[in-house]
Design a protein around this ligand. Sequence first.
Ligand code: 4AD
Ligand code: MG
Length: 505
Amino acid sequence: MVDIKDFHRHVGETVGTQGWVMNTRSSKGLEFIILRDGSGFAQCIVDAANVSEQVFETAKNFTQECSVKLTGKIVADERQIGGFELHVTDAELVGVSDNYPISNKEHGVEFLMDKRHLWLRSKRQWAIMKIRNRIIFAIHNFFQNEGFVQADAPLFTGNAAEGTTTLFNVDFYGEDAYLSQSGQLYGEAMAMALGKIYTFGPTFRAEKSKTRRHLSEFWMIEPEMAFYNNEMNMDLIEKFLQFVVGDVLKHCKFEFEAIERDTAVLENLVSKSFMRLTYDNAVSILKGEQAVDGKTTIETLEADLAQVHAEINAKQAEIAEKEATIASGTVKKGQINFMQNKIDTLKNEIKELETQAENIPQWLNSAKSFEYGSDFGGSDETVLTRMFDVPVMVYNWPHEIKAFYMKRDVTGNFAKGVDVLAPEGYGEIVGGGERETNLDFLVGKIEEHKLPMEAFEWYLDLRKYGSVPHAGFGLGLERMVAWLCKLKHIRETIPFPRMYGRLKP
Ligand code: 4AD
Ligand code: MG
């Protein structure tokens, strides 16, 4: 059996292949089958003139998503999906598929989420999972090549790491425990043993609201480095993200095409420095008090809004024109269908633009009235990153809004943390920083945050025995997938998402 991805090595040969039928089409003694096997997609042609009646009947009865074995000759054809075609000589049904619930028509997202176990078979979901896989591979490559050791943290924990409001409680043999929100604290211990480490595992946060950025279970990559300060940390983040983006662009061309992702923005940032802004600086840009390249956020967003209105008008005009043509009765039925589809697409696009037209003024208002000292909301991140075509690293945060373990700067007012905000409206993908090393200071912070001291005794030991400056960060894998694939919602970034209101399938 030959995988579709290996067809290029067998041109001219007659081979066996197996997979699932995505689509069938008949035309004058020919059956066209789009086959997928997980490795790729290929058009397979069954010609009644070249096969037995029985083989032709078998192929003719193939239904969407039935599984099959096909034998045929591989022919190169650039116009076809994947670049090759199979001229079938034999066909066999493996598993039937009657009334497959997902058709080519538009389905609602909730329906597709309920059918996630089947939806994963669609070309778009396949492409997203392949990109996710490549991102994971690139992440391991990067850290292993840089001399990091993968060292995983436990998932059952006795202590909170990222605030107590998002903890999932579990009963651990009668003891109160939580599902891990972050591997960081254990990562710090492991960095003191191994120098440079990274954890890569699932993390859990009870986020009791539905947003396009939050999952209850997500995968996080958390490197932690001994003898690192936050500047070195930021240099590493930049190098790391550039490597991963570059690698994925190189290896996932077909997948990006399949999801119609314009990768120009991504290509640009592989070799361009990221923007580094202190929190103070970011706030004044956000509020429109400081211009970027001669333009303030307010001017930029007002121009965006005007552009959105212009696009809506243009699309409405196009719809009116098409409707008039259809009404005139001068076009054929096939063409009417084609136009009707185009009208539906335009209407959907208008709906999206209208949402933007509603959002932009709200974003503007909240940006203008942003209160110094608070954390950035989703829309603030969108407005801020709108001003740059590379990721923005915001560092030196008011310590009050950052975690208990963060190191203070010399003034004592700022925490040496860094958030990386992705462009194109994706917002925070990385959170990290330098860790506090002073024992008394940390004890004070744990008290201030009302955390149980006893659960952190082991963590405090790290400051008693050979404490060194150290830093690290956490990348949310699904946020990275959402951004690189330019997905509207994080639910499509993971095979089986877990989020508020979604435990099945
Ligand atoms: O900013 P966070 O909370 O930082 C930490 O957990 C640190 N302990 C990391 C470290 O320094 N080792 O989370 C890090 C990243 C976020 O930037 C975001 O990408 C992702 O984890 N993240 C989520 N992704 C999906 N759903 C959620 N509910 C997420 N919460 C955080
Ligand atoms: Mg964060």
